[in-house]
Design a protein. Structure first.
Lengths: 565, 359
């Protein structure tokens, strides 16, 4: 017993002829159908190219526009011819001109010989398919489709909508349960002939003539009437992209195709010479016995769909630039922005770097230059430290930095003395962790050697900027992880906030802080704030700092916070 | 060539979704329609400036992919340029020579798949060669996929080594796309520009092996909705103080041409503006490529001196004197954060191009 191939061809006839010859020479009869829209000379050349093979036939030609009845009519006629002319055929395999056998024919024949009663056809009830183009499932059968989906899309959509509104429904012939599935099947003689010789065939054909994309439903539905043993999967490896177009296989897919263990794959690029040479070579040995397993390569295709539809978050480039509605995650990875910490602690950056195991930047948005970790002048990805370049497009700067350092958590200092243009962007980014010690900017002023009048003016300026930022952080659309302490609160109990932040940065470490950063000496800070007040400036962001010696009560060791046990 | 374009660009997250039926949009569309017509008319008027030297356009077959370029003294770069794009499947090259005197003309005349025109008129007044190329496109490119490049640009894209331009353009056709975007990547050597020698026909990326991997500045210009990508090594070194004037790096080099189309500003943007939609606006990634830029071959300092003196490459050339002077000084472009080129998969992983859904 053997298998016969029905090939539907409409282009790349050289390759179709090559494959047909491969099968025919290995005692598998081939019936070829050529689209009627193909010109005569091309058809004649194909016929001539295969003229020397006695087990190749050409069937009557139908025009096969995508999604129309012509494809089914062509299949019916070619299959009838196959069953009539080649009595030794037990399984009929429906293939296209761009199919390529991946395993030796003998393996396929052996495989089918072991399963002489099995019909391989993907056949799924309409409620269970998730892949249909245009979202039409059962409506493929119950509506009318006089307009072409490809060429008259507007009319098509309008007419479908109209029929839905007026609740138009076609009646499905009694006894039929609509099923859908891949159009590439392999049926036994018994089943196929039962479908083709059915006394009711004329009635069914009349119905399916007006169904949308009948080649994905005609055999898939009728096979349920006759087959005793349906294996609902296609033996042909065929993948579709997110637009419902078949993926094309190229030379670089050689290993991928081998790995799939499938018998036949489509669509093969006609110019993929290496694939045709390799898989059609006469001395190819197979993996015998291996079960076809397209699942092995499914992940790759799922990832491609995801890349095309979702992209890589945080990447902005010449083919990805989401508009305001689509930009949810703005950066490639989580990062932390610290406001006031390097004012409160003497060695905060070094300490954090050591504790969290990452490099910690200074003020990335400082007005003078970008203060990268370690004082670098160019950073990963050759980012410049020029403040002008950063300020020209701060969003590009930040997203590039986060993108370039994927895999390494970015931490940087921020403050009211820095450029503020980026604030809204960071605040709306779910990847941002913003920690603010409000009013900490006063500490450098307190320790500075400047005239008090200048200090007062600067304090007023910084307080205004920080207050605006804190207002922004209270908005309802904020997506960043925001934590704000007043300076007084923080100094009271610095360990707990630090522990929380570090745990969030390196969750796997999950250990108690042992080494703590060294706090600056705040003796006299309360008096400093009082002096500001006395001069008419009201410092409010620090919280309640007693005017006394500057250290809030309850902190016995100055300059050195206690350990949390 | 890189020219600053002045308009209110939209940064990341600021691009509002297109509302094609709003009155403002309709008005813009109308104005751009006339702009495109003016550009076409301009090309028509300038057609007299072109003198055919080798017209082999009769050999163009209907499915051929065409390559177009305006060149001047590129005898050094052209052999590799032609080889590379021929290998990618360009069927016929249409080249305008703008007054070369280094053997470029003789070399191109001898190529069987090159049609050559010559002109002595001003490059700048011809919109940096675009008027001439637009005329050739009107005449010869209708219905063809058309690759418009400079002689120092080498196109690569995902899978380029195994899938030629036929495969790429079939893919674009299948996706219903008419244009393909690429970003220019300035390639540079490790030492001074003139340290190593380069002979015509050699692989330029043996020495120009380095690039800046992640300092591009991306925004969108709302009027034509085209990208505006700047940055790269030239911005890092020569436009630190005025990044807005830094070179524009986004291009739309590959278009299924229609005789009614026109490039607006080199090949950075085109009209009708749907051709500029080479990027996905809904968060996904479209298929895109990279133009490897061979500007920094050892001849670059000499060329910069010549270009500065000719003042033909920028709309207001005087502003770029400092840039030229830096190049003439034979600088080192390489830095500790430079990346060494290993292949397209590296560029794809770094996000400098994308395979979209193509596997």
């Amino acid at each position: 017993m053997t298998v016969g191939f029905v090939m539907l061809c409409h282009t790349a006839f050289d390759r179709a002829a090559q494959v047909a010859r491969h099968w025919a020479e290995r005692d598998c009869p081939v019936v070829i159908h050529v689209d009627r829209r193909v010109r005569r000379p091309a058809y004649d050349r194909l016929v001539e190219a295969l003229a020397d093979l006695t087990n190749v036939r050409f069937s009557g030609r139908h025009a096969c526009e995508w999604g129309t009845w012509g494809l089914v009519a062509a299949t019916q006629e070619a299959s009838t011819l196959m069953l009539r002319e080649f009595p030794q055929v037990r399984h009929v395999y429906l293939a296209s001109g761009s199919c390529l056998p991946l395993r030796p024919v003998e393996e396929m024949v052996a495989y089918l010989d072991e399963r002489p009663r099995t019909d391989f056809i993907e056949s799924v009830t309409t409620g269970d398919v998730g892949w249909t183009v245009g979202g039409l499932n059962i409506e493929r059968f119950t509506l009318r489709f006089p307009f072409s989906w490809r060429k008259q899309r507007l009319l098509f959509d309008w007419y479908v909508g109209l029929q839905r509104r007026i609740r138009f429904r076609r009646r499905i012939p009694a006894g039929l349960v609509p099923h859908l599935g891949s159009q590439w099947w392999c049926l036994t003689r018994q089943t196929l002939s039962a479908i083709l010789d059915d006394p009711d065939r004329a009635r069914y054909d009349r119905f399916f003539r007006k169904v949308w994309i009948p080649d994905e439903s005609y055999f898939q539905t009728l096979v349920r009437l006759y087959s005793s043993n349906i294996e609902s999967r296609s033996l042909t490896l065929s993948k579709f992209d997110f637009q419902g177009k078949p993926h094309i296989f190229y030379d670089d897919h050689l290993q991928l195709l081998r790995r799939s263990d499938c018998f036949v794959a489509r669509k093969i690029w006609p110019h993929a010479g290496k694939l045709y040479r390799f898989f059609l070579s006469p001395d190819r040995e197979g993996q015998a016995q291996a079960e076809p397993n397209p699942g092995k390569i499914d992940r790759l295709f799922a990832k491609a769909v995801e890349r095309r539809t979702k992209g890589r978050p945080g990447l902005y480039m010449q083919s990805r630039f989401p508009d305001a509605n689509w930009i949810n995650i703005r950066t490639a990875a989580p990062y932390s922005q610290f406001q006031g910490f390097s004012d409160v602690f003497k060695n905060f950056e070094t300490w954090l770097g050591k504790t969290a195991g990452t490099r910690v930047h200074g003020h990335l948005f400082a007005p003078g230059r970008v203060e990268y970790a370690g004082g670098e002048t160019v950073y990963n990805g050759a980012l410049s430290d020029s403040a002008k370049m950063r300020d020209y497009n701060p969003k590009s700067f930040l997203t590039s930095l986060i993108w370039n350092t994927r895999g390494e958590r970015q931490c940087f200092q921020f403050g009211p003395g820095d450029r503020q243009d980026i604030n809204g962007f960071v605040a709306a980014d779910p990847n941002a962790q913003i920690s603010v010690i409000s009013g900490a900017w006063a500490i450098p002023l307190f320790r500075s050697n400047a005239n008090f009048g200048d200090i007062r003016r600067e304090a007023a300026r910084l307080q205004k900027i920080e207050a605006e930022y804190l207002d922004l952080l209270r908005n309802h659309w904020i997506k960043a992880r925001v934590r704000v302490w007043t300076l007084a609160e923080f100094v009271e109990n610095p360990m707990e906030p630090l522990q929380t932040i570090v745990d969030e940065i390196s969750p796997r470490a999950m250990r108690r802080l042992t080494e703590v950063p060294c706090m600056v000496d705040l003796t006299g800070f309360g008096q400093f704030l009082q002096n500001l007040r006395n001069q008419g400036m009201q410092p409010v962001l620090m919280g309640d700092f007693p005017a006394g010696d500057g250290q809030p009560p309850g902190n016995p060791r100055r300059g050195r916070p206690y350990l949390v046990q | 060539m890189a020219r600053p374009v002045h308009s209110d660009a939209r940064a990341i997250g600021e691009l509002s979704p297109l509302a094609p039926l709003s009155p403002a949009e309709i008005w813009t569309a109308w104005r751009l329609r006339w702009k495109r017509r003016r550009l076409l008319l301009r090309a028509l008027r300038k057609r007299g400036q072109l003198r055919p030297l080798a017209d082999r356009t009769a050999a163009i077959r209907p499915a051929d992919i065409l390559g177009l370029a305006t060149v001047r003294n590129e005898a050094l770069r052209l052999p590799y340029f032609l080889d590379h794009h021929r290998r990618l499947g360009v069927g016929h090259f249409l080249i305008v020579d703008n007054g070369s005197d280094d053997g470029t003309v003789e070399m191109l005349r001898g190529q069987p798949d090159v049609s050559l025109w010559s002109t002595g008129d001003s490059y700048k007044l011809s919109r940096f060669g675009m008027d001439w190329l637009t005329w050739l496109q009107i005449r010869h490119a209708h219905g063809h996929w058309c690759l418009t490049l400079d002689a120092d640009e080498i196109l690569i894209y995902p899978y380029w080594e195994t899938r030629d331009l036929r495969a790429l353009t079939e893919r674009l056709d299948a996706e219903g796309r008419e244009s393909f975007g690429a970003v220019m990547l300035d390639m540079y050597p490790e030492g001074r520009l003139s340290d190593r020698e380069y002979r015509a026909g050699e692989d330029p990326f043996a020495t120009l092996a380095w690039f800046d991997g992640g300092n591009l500045i991306v925004q969108v210009q709302p009027r034509m909705r085209n990208l505006w990508i700047q940055g790269g090594v030239r911005a890092r070194l020569f436009f630190r103080a005025g990044p807005r004037r830094g070179p524009t790096l986004n291009k739309v080099p590959l278009v299924r041409w229609n005789r009614r189309f026109a490039y607006v500003n080199s090949t950075h943007a085109a009209l009708p503006r749907r051709l500029n939609r080479v990027y996905d606006e809904t968060g996904g990634e479209a298929l895109s490529g990279v133009l490897l830029h061979t500007k920094f071959l050892p001849v670059a300092p000499g060329k910069a001196a010549e270009e500065k003196q000719r003042a033909e490459h920028f709309a207001n050339s005087a502003q770029y004197d400092a840039y030229y002077d830096s190049l003439v000084a034979d600088p080192v472009l390489h830095c500790a954060a430079s990346t060494r080129l290993t292949g397209w998969r590296q560029l794809e992983a770094m996000g400098l191009m994308s395979r979209g859904g193509w596997i």
